[in-house]
Design a protein around this ligand. Structure first.
Ligand SMILES: *[C@@H]1O[C@H](CO)[C@@H](O)[C@H](O)[C@H]1NC(C)=O
Length: 366
């Protein structure tokens, strides 16, 4: 009897050491379903997704070493990827994201980026992946809507859905993503307004929403977002005026509102904000004078106010700026002498073209 028990115990021990060469069966099944619904033939990445240990040498899959649960899926079709940069190729993947991916309930990172051909919807069940920190699906052909309850992803730091065909509104629940640092929804088909309470995203440093069909105005409360450094709302249908509050933002360094229907006047505080290095307000309906509030700490890599309804003179203080790399005041109704001084020396005629009656270097004299 005892001998039999020992023999059984030994047999079990041997079996279990061989069985360790498998990842959790539910993770394995989920990844197999993901593989089955995607096609990538150029590089054959999915050839490495074979056998039963999905934690071992499955391209782009990583597990937590202690739990042996799948925590990362990281597949990029562009050259940042080591395999692709070596071959100088750009990847292509088609198919869609199988909803079984939602069974990977330890997943913290899901990157399926720049494959150009992935279609279908974002599985709505992704919002059950409560550990998810990074969701990056940039550069595909994903359509449908952003899951309405995206705000459930309390750990989310990075949400990048740019360069797809996503429609519908930015879900109201998004304002509950309290830890979100990077939001990139550029170049989709999103409509509706920027959600009320957007400024609750107090950790957000980049909000990139350009190239959609967003309407409504720039919320005044955006000025209360302490970490927002880069706000890009360009090429939408945003109207109303630029809130004064944007001029008080301490870390805002890039503001792109070009290609909208913004009216009203230029807030003085915005133009005198030290940190703002790139300001593009081109192709709107902004009127009034350019406030004469520049100073020795004004430092603009780019200041583009072209294609608006600005009138009056170019402010004299602009010539006291420390640096102006690129200035475009063309296609307005400006008049009078172009200031002289260091920041203007390198500027050429196109910076001032198509105004009412500007004169002086580099245009004709008066
Ligand atoms: C500003 O935006 C306009 C219109 O979208 C674009 O054509 C222009 O190149 C931008 N200016 C700069 C300096 O990037």
């Amino acid at each position: 009897m005892r001998v039999v028990l020992i023999a059984v115990a030994l047999f079990c021990a041997i079996v279990s050491t061989t069985v360790v060469d498998s990842c959790l069966p539910t993770d394995l099944a989920a990844l197999k379903a993901v593989k089955a619904s995607l096609t990538e033939s150029k590089l054959g990445l999915f050839n490495t997704w074979s056998g039963t240990d999905c934690c071992l040498n499955w391209y782009g899959v990583s597990c937590d070493p202690s739990t042996r649960r799948v925590v990362d899926i990281n597949l990029r079709g562009e050259s940042e990827d080591p395999i692709l940069s070596k071959s100088g190729q750009s990847g292509f993947m088609s198919g869609s994201i199988a909803p079984e991916i939602c069974n990977l309930d330890s997943l913290t990172t899901l990157v399926l980026a720049d494959w150009k051909g992935i279609t279908g919807n974002i599985p709505q069940c992704l919002t059950f992946l409560s550990s998810l920190r990074v969701l990056d699906l940039i550069g595909n052909k994903i359509s449908g809507v952003i899951p309405a309850d995206i705000g459930k992803l309390k750990m989310l730091r990075v949400l990048n859905l740019a360069d797809n065909q996503i429609s519908g509104q930015i879900p109201a629940s998004m304002i509950n993503l309290a830890g979100l640092m990077h939001l990139d929804l550029r170049n989709n088909r999103l409509s509706g307004e920027i959600p009320a309470g957007f400024s609750k995203l107090q950790m957000l440093s980049r909000a990139l929403l350009s190239g959609n069909q967003l309407t409504g105005s720039v919320p005044e409360s955006i000025g209360n977002m302490p970490r927002l450094a880069d706000l890009d709302l360009s090429r939408n249908q945003i109207s109303g005026s630029i809130p004064d509050s944007l001029g008080k933002m301490r870390v805002l360094s890039t503001l792109n509102l070009d290609g909208n229907s913004i009216s009203g006047q230029l807030p003085s505080a915005l133009l005198s904000n030290h940190g703002l290095g790139i300001l593009n307000l081109s192709r709107n309906s902004i009127g009034g004078n350019i406030p004469d509030v520049f100073h020795g700490n004004s430092y603009f890599m780019a200041l583009d106010l072209s294609y608006n309804n600005l009138k009056g003179a170019i402010p004299r203080t602009l010539s006291s700026a420390k640096y102006i790399g690129h200035l475009d005041l063309s296609h307005n109704h400006l008049c009078g002498n172009i200031p002289v001084g260091d920041p203007f020396d390198h500027l050429e005629e196109p910076s001032f073209a198509n105004n009412d009656c500007l004169c002086g270097n580099p245009l004709k004299t008066c």
